[in-house]
Ligand binder design. Structure first.
Ligand code: C5P
Length: 243
């Protein structure tokens, strides 16, 4: 295999130079990390499932006109994506209390929030991705007020789409994280959904049983992560087959 230029290696994915300028190849690894990489494991098949699931969700977003980085899936573990400049924020949308929000506010996990709540963390592993108010984001120049308004609008569209799709297969979308990138068409800058959308970055609970079908299975040692992600893929009709 020809050696490709590695652009970036993250915890769960690696980015390589793409075949055309302005493109990258996103490779999904089997590595799982939690608690800012204090807990690590290799979970066979996770990368294959997340490659398929992210393809499925990004294609759905494209179909409803939500701009995103996905171009096409190349093989079991790789997809061609549009290169963008990632805004250093984790954009988190919450429909029900869980995880860090439940802990911070002493809320019972699973409590429906009065409305979807969006929060931002500054993407910095060394700092543990601290929660930041909009004031910081604008003052430090990570995004403008206009960018933030556009990011909130994008995040709410992703939330409506994802909540509806998951509801259709008996799954409640508790919360999720997306990342946003900038692309330029000439002088015109656009914001697009980037990174991945998969059970690594969402909380997904079975509506009937409350069973967790997301990365909390790994974080909290609740059983097989591959089984949980396979169940999500099976319900959505996204089954990893060869190619
Ligand atoms: O841990 P917390 O409750 O803040 O996570 C909220 C949502 O964002 C969860 O769905 C989690 O999987 C996702 N998340 C993520 N990457 C992070 C932090 C959170 O995908 N670094």
């Amino acid at each position: 295999m020809a050696r490709r230029k590695k652009i970036y290696e993250g915890k769960a994915k690696t980015l390589y130079e793409g075949p055309e300028p302005g493109t990258l190849i996103q490779y999904f690894k089997d590595d799982a990390t939690a608690f800012n990489a204090e807990k690590r494991a290799t979970i066979e098949g996770k990368g294959v499932l997340n490659n398929r699931l992210s393809e499925f969700f990004m294609n759905g977003l494209t179909a409803i006109g939500v701009p995103n980085h996905f171009i096409k899936r190349l093989n079991m573990r790789e997809q061609l994506i549009r290169q963008c400049e990632i805004i250093p924020l984790e954009v988190i949308v919450r429909n029900f209390a869980a995880g860090s929000m439940a802990k911070r506010l002493g809320l019972e996990e699973g409590m429906r929030l009065p409305r979807p709540i969006i929060e931002f963390s500054y993407k910095d592993d060394a700092l543990g991705d601290p929660l930041v108010p909009e004031e910081y984001i604008i003052a430090f120049g990570w995004a403008s007020q206009q960018d933030l308004d556009d990011i909130v609008a994008l995040a709410l569209r992703v939330n409506d789409f994802m909540s509806g799709v998951m509801y259709g297969v008996g799954i409640k979308l508790i919360d999720f994280k997306i990342e946003i990138g900038r692309v330029w068409d000439g002088d015109f800058m656009r914001l697009i959904v980037a990174d991945e959308i998969s059970p690594d970055s969402c909380r997904l609970w079975d509506i009937e049983s409350g069973q967790k079908l997301d990365k909390d299975v790994f974080r909290r040692d609740l059983g097989s992560l591959t089984d949980a992600y396979s169940e999500v893929a099976r319900r959505l009709g996204v089954l990893p087959t060869n190619g």
